[in-house]
Design a protein around this ligand. Structure first.
Ligand code: ATP
Ligand code: MG
Length: 376
């Protein structure tokens, strides 16, 4: 995939601007707070329908304006396409409109029509941060190439919300307990389907990620990846795709066993929303024991494997968005990253100081200053 042109209208600190992407690498450079990340955010928003840094979409509308638009022209293997995202205020309400190739569409059909992978400094925390970050990583990776998984996740989140509100209701009125069984059944069924897809994804991810990690770590360290679940007894276990059976029954039984506890807490304590993607370096849990450099290496390997994963699953490389990470990496890893991109993955980079990154040649540098973009 290749983005050819980006147009912003009242997006963050931009009034109106147009950028043409001629080369496979584009660098936006400039001082802090000038609007570099805003550009990547607008592309991410066009690919996924939400921002990578806020869940309040209205924050993306330029201050003192009542709407914004992002228009992206790009090429896929099957030809030219466009996505237009628009938010506007009308008759006392905010509206959102998504158009693909000029036609209005739904969030579900839009999600990942354009594939992108964002890598920002926060992603370097993916290893040491909360399990939620790693579940998000898995969910975004699988959803990008599997629309059924996306739908299952939407359904699961809705079921979980409804089940949790029922649990709270039961605390007030215990007769409501009779309503729990159908929710338990549906959530167990949906959770089981998601788990199977996650496990099959982890197997593919491992195959791509471990060799990438070996290159990045210069063959010094050894990396493993495992999917972790926690049982009602507090013990962890590590299911493998090959030997997962009767997983729905497992969830049903577990929910049943912990029913009283869940009611007391008003929360569902077991399920795919509690699992983790564990990584190990030299057989030790990298979240607790890896050095900062090893954790970064692991994070970078996971992110780069996401690119290759999308390519294997969809046939095309996604667009890579690198927000301020070049300067966070040492010279060896930076060179490995550039070697990996190697003209095959369109890469859009932001950086404060362009002299800190390798020279990518002419027609690819843009200076960003107070919401205005000038090509070098
Ligand atoms: P850094 O190098 O520090 O990461 P950056 O160039 O990536 O900086 P951005 O995060 O892209 O900076 O932009 C931040 C700027 O955008 C800030 O000056 C902020 O005030 C402005 N900004 C953010 N949201 C809005 C908005 N809704 N309307 C107008 N300006 C906004
Ligand atoms: Mg920034």
């Amino acid at each position: 995939m290749k983005i050819n042109k980006l147009q912003l209208v009242n997006f963050r600190n931009y009034d109106r601007c147009t950028v043409n992407f001629d080369k496979m690498v584009t660098v936006f450079y400039g001082n802090n707070g000038q609007g570099k990340t805003n550009i990547l955010e607008s592309i991410f928003y066009s690919a996924f329908g939400f921002s990578h840094r806020t869940n309040k979409e209205d924050e993306m509308v330029k201050f003192s304006s009542d709407g914004m638009a992002v228009l992206l022209d790009f090429t896929k293997e099957d030809g030219f396409h466009s996505i237009r995202m628009k938010r506007y205020y009308d008759q006392g309400k905010n509206h959102k409109e998504i158009r693909i190739d000029g036609n209005k569409t739904t969030a579900k059909n839009h999600y990942s029509f354009l594939n992108a992978v964002m890598f920002s400094p926060e992603d370097l925390n993916i290893i040491k941060g909360d399990p939620g970050l790693r579940r998000r990583f898995m969910d975004m990776e699988i959803s990008q190439t599997d629309p059924v998984y996306y739908e299952l996740l939407v359904r699961y989140r809705r079921l979980l919300k409804q089940r949790n509100s029922l649990l709270k209701g039961i605390r007030e009125d215990k007769h409501l307990q009779t309503q729990l069984a159908p929710w338990d059944d549906e959530i167990s069924e949906t959770g089981a389907q998601i788990l199977i897809k996650r496990l099959s994804n982890i197997n593919k991810l491992k195959e791509i990620c471990i060799p990438v990690f070996n290159i990045l770590s210069n063959q010094v360290d050894d990396m493993e990846i495992k999917y972790e679940m926690k049982g009602n007894n507090g013990k962890f276990f590590y299911p493998e795709e090959e030997n997962v059976k009767d997983i729905k029954e497992f969830y049903l039984k577990s929910l049943n066993e912990r029913r009283f506890k869940d009611i007391m807490q008003g929360n569902t304590g077991i399920g795919i929303h509690r699992d983790d993607l564990k990584t190990y370096i030299n057989h030790l849990d990298s979240r607790s024991f890896a050095s900062q450099g090893q954790q970064r290496c692991c994070a970078l390997a996971l992110k780069l494997s996401q690119i290759e994963y999308v390519k294997q699953a969809s046939g095309e490389y996604p667009v890579l968005l690198l927000d301020d990470v070049m300067s966070e990496l040492d010279k060896y890893r930076r060179n490995q990253l550039i070697h990996f991109i190697n003209d095959k993955v369109q890469t859009i980079i932001t950086v404060n100081d362009k002299t800190l990154i390798p020279d990518f040649g002419s027609n690819c540098y843009f200076n960003v200053e107070q919401g205005s973009i000038k090509e070098d």
